[in-house]
Write a protein that binds this ligand. Structure first.
Ligand code: BES
Ligand code: ZN
Length: 593
C-alpha cells in the first residue's frame, strides 16, 4: 500500500485547510487540520504521508479544547512514498493541526509563469493529486481507503481566481480570499485546486466552463453536450450526486487528458479541436462521478475498478449521445492501445488487471491495461447476461457502494451473488479468474468491431496498392479524428520518402492543428526519419506537456542514437514547461546509459 498512514489507529473524517498560494516562493503554505476518529484507544501517534513538505509546527486539541503544541518526527524520505510524519497524540485528542509549506518542486503542483499561460500576463497554479501526490501539498492520510469531507480557505494574489473541486461559498470579489466546502466524503486523491486568470461561462444550469478568458468560448462550444451526457448517465446508472459538473480547461502543460476532480473535471486543452470529436474525454471524466468518485478503488491495485468501469461507461455514454459508429471506433482503437501497452510495459504483472504495487509508486505502473482490459471484461459480462440485466447490475453496484472504497474481492463477491449465481452456466468462475490474472486477452472475450475503421483500412490499402493521393483525399474529407488516427497508425512503419511527402503535401499532416492526428503522424515521421516534420514536432513537444501525447515521441526518438540526440535537444527546451510527473517520466527515458 502506497501510504505510511496508520489507519488502524486513526482515520480522518474532516479536513480544514487554510492555505496561501505564494507565487514568488512557488509554495503553498498554511495549516491543515485533521479531525480524527480514533480506532485504537492505545495509539499514541498518528502517522501521515508527506513528500518534500517543510513542517513548521504540529498541535493537537480535543473537541472544544485549546490547541497545544506536540512533538513530531519526519522520517527519511523514500523515492516511492515520501516521508512519514509522526505526530504524538495525547489520549483525549481528536484533532491535529500542522503548519507547513510545500516545496517549489512539489510533485503534485505545477507553478506556471505568465509566459506559459494563454493570457501571458498572470501566473497559474494547478494541483494533480492522483495517485499519491496530495501528500506533496497537504500532510494527510494519502490513501483512497480513507474518505473525508473538507472546508478550505485559499488566499491568492488579488488579481487571481481560485477554483477547487468543491462547492464555492460566495466571498468578496477581488479580496483574494476564496472559501470552499466539500460536503461529500472523498478520498484524498480527489482534492484539487487551480489558481489563475480564470473566468466562468455557464453551459446549462449545472454545467459550465472555467478557463482563461481566451479559451472559454471555444471550450463551451466543444463541450456543449455535457448536460446531455449527464442526463444519459443518470438514466443508466442513477442520479448524479455531486451538485454541479463543471470543466476547468488548463494550460497545455496539464500532464493528463482529464482528471475527474469532483464537481470540476480538470481537462487538457488538446481535446478542443472544433468538431467535438474528442469529447469522449468528458464522457470519461463524467463517468468517474459514478465509477471512481462514488465507488472508489480501495487500493491502487484495484485501479481497474475505477478506470476499467469508467472506460466501459464512457463508451456507453458516447454510444447514447453520439451513436454506435463513434462508440465502436473508440472500442476498436482501445483494443489496439491495449496491445501496444502490453508490449511497452516491462513488469509482467502490469499486463494484468491487478498489478503488484508492493514498494512502487502507482504512477510507475500506470498503463492503459486496467482501462481496456477492464472495459473488455465488462463488455464480456454485458454480452453474456444481456444489456438490460447488466445495466441493472451496475446500477445496483453503484447504489449499494455509494461513497465507499471497495476492493476487487468485494466486486467479485457482488458479481457472484448478483449475476453469476442468478444465471448459472452463463459465465464460469474460471473465466472470471482468467480475466483478472491473464497477461493477454482471453480467447473467449467478445471483441468489438467497427465498419467505419474497416472502410479506413480499405482506403489505406487502395492507396498503398498504387491509388492516387488525390482519390485518397476525397475519402479523407469527411473523416473524424478517430478515422485519421486509425489510418496513420495502421500504415506500414516504413514508407518511401516520396510517398510520405506526397501524403503530407496533400493531407497537410505535419501542420495538423489536431494534436491527436499530429501525434500519430510524428510517430510515423520518426520511424521514417522524415525530417520535414521535425520542426513542427519540436514546437509541439515544447508547447504540449500531456504525457500521452509527448512521451511516446521521446520513447521513439530515444530508440536510435541520432534520434536520442534530437530528443535531448528538444527536451532541453521543453523540460521547464512540463509538469513534475511528466518531467520524471521523460527524465527516466532520456537518462544517459
Ligand atoms: N483518473 C485518470 C487520470 C489519472 C490516472 C491521473 C492515474 C493520475 C493517475 C483520468 O480519468 C484518465 O483516465 N484520463 C485519461 C483520459 C481518458 C479519456 C482515458 C488521460 O488523462 O489520458
Ligand atoms: Zn479515468
Amino acid at each position: 500500500m502506497a501510504t505510511y498512514a496508520n489507519i488502524d489507529a486513526f482515520v480522518t473524517k474532516h479536513l480544514l485547510l487554510d492555505l496561501t498560494a505564494d507565487f514568488d516562493a512557488s509554495s503553498l503554505r498554511g495549516t491543515a487540520e485533521l479531525q480524527l476518529e480514533r480506532r485504537d484507544p492505545r495509539a499514541t501517534e498518528i502517522v501521515l504521508d508527506t513528500r518534500d513538505l517543510r513542517i513548521q509546527k504540529t498541535e493537537t486539541a480535543s473537541r472544544n479544547g485549546p490547541w497545544t503544541a506536540t512533538m513530531f518526527q519526519l522520517d527519511p524520505a523514500t523515492p516511492a512514498f515520501g516521508s512519514a510524519l509522526r505526530v504524538t497524540i495525547p489520549a483525549e485528542a481528536d484533532r491535529v493541526r500542522i503548519t507547513y509549506a510545500s516545496s517549489p518542486s512539489a510533485k503534485g503542483l505545477q507553478w506556471l509563469t505568465p509566459a506559459q499561460t494563454s493570457g501571458k500576463k498572470l501566473p497559474f497554479l494547478f494541483s494533480q493529486a492522483q495517485a499519491i501526490q496530495a501528500r506533496s501539498f497537504i500532510p494527510l492520510q494519502d490513501t483512497p481507503a480513507v474518505r473525508m469531507t473538507y472546508d478550505a480557505t485559499i488566499r491568492v494574489p488579488k488579481d487571481l481566481v481560485a477554483v477547487m473541486a468543491a462547492e464555492a461559498t460566495p466571498g468578496d470579489k477581488g479580496s483574494g480570499v476564496f472559501r470552499f466546502r466539500m460536503p461529500q466524503a472523498i478520498p484524498s486523491y480527489l482534492i484539487a485546486l487551480a489558481v489563475g486568470d480564470l473566468t466562468f461561462k455557464a453551459m446549462s444550469d449545472r454545467t459550465g466552463i472555467w478557463a482563461e478568458p481566451a479559451m472559454v468560448d471555444a471550450a463551451a462550444r466543444e463541450f456543449e453536450d455535457t448536460e446531455q451526457m449527464i442526463k444519459t448517465t443518470e438514466a443508466l446508472y442513477g442520479p448524479y450526486r455531486w451538485g454541479r459538473y463543471d470543466l476547468l480547461v488548463l494550460p497545455p502543460s496539464f500532464p493528463f487528458g482529464g482528471m475527474e476532480n469532483p464537481r470540476v473535471t480538470f481537462a487538457t486543452p488538446t481535446v478542443i479541436v472544433g468538431d467535438k470529436s474528442l469529447v469522449a474525454l468528458v464522457a470519461h471524466e463524467l463517468a468517474h462521478s459514478w465509477s471512481g468518485n462514488l465507488v472508489t478503488n480501495a487500493t491502487w491495485s484495484d485501479f481497474w475498478l475505477n478506470e476499467g468501469f469508467t472506460t466501459y461507461l464512457e463508451r456507453r455514454i458516447v454510444e447514447a449521445v453520439y451513436g454506435k459508429r463513434l462508440a465502436e471506433m473508440e472500442r476498436v482503437i482501445g483494443l489496439r492501445d491495449l496491445a501496444q501497452a502490453r508490449t511497452d510495459v516491462t513488469e509482467p504483472g502490469d499486463r494484468t488487471l491487478q498489478p503488484d504495487l508492493k514498494g512502487r509508486d502507482p504512477d510507475d505502473a500506470y498503463s492503459v491495461v486496467p482501462y481496456e482490459q477492464g472495459a473488455l471484461f465488462l463488455s464480456f459480462l454485458e454480452a453474456k447476461f444481456g444489456r438490460d440485466t447488466f445495466d441493472q447490475f451496475l446500477r445496483r453496484w453503484f447504489d449499494e457502494h455509494a461513497f465507499q472504497s471497495v476492493s476487487t474481492g468485494q466486486f467479485l463477491a457482488f458479481l457472484t451473488n448478483n449475476l453469476l449465481s442468478a444465471h448459472p452456466g452463463a459465465v464460469t468462475d474460471a473465466q472470471v479468474q482468467e480475466w483478472l490474472h491473464t497477461e493477454a486477452i482471453p480467447s473467449f472475450a467478445v471483441m468489438p468491431t467497427s465498419d467505419a475503421l474497416e472502410k479506413v483500412e480499405q482506403a489505406r490499402d487502395a492507396w498503398l496498392n498504387g491509388g492516387s493521393v488525390e482519390s485518397l483525399a476525397k475519402t479523407t474529407a469527411t473523416w473524424s479524428t478517430q478515422e485519421w488516427v486509425h489510418f496513420i497508425d495502421s500504415l506500414p512503419r516504413k514508407l518511401s520518402a516520396e510517398r510520405l511527402s506526397s501524403l503530407d503535401r496533400q493531407l497537410k499532416l505535419t501542420d495538423s492543428p489536431n494534436p491527436e492526428i499530429a501525434h500519430v503522424w510524428f510517430r510515423l515521421a520518426i520511424s521514417n526519419r522524415y525530417s520535414t516534420a521535425y520542426p513542427a514536432m519540436e514546437r509541439y513537444m515544447v508547447a504540449i506537456g500531456r504525457r500521452k501525447l509527448v512521451v511516446p515521441l521521446y520513447r521513439d526518438l530515444a530508440a536510435t542514437p541520432d534520434g536520442k540526440k534530437l530528443a535531448v535537444k528538444i527536451y532541453a527546451k521543453a523540460r521547464d514547461g512540463y509538469h513534475p510527473v511528466a518531467q520524471s517520466t521523460v527524465d527516466a527515458l532520456l537518462k544517459p546509459t
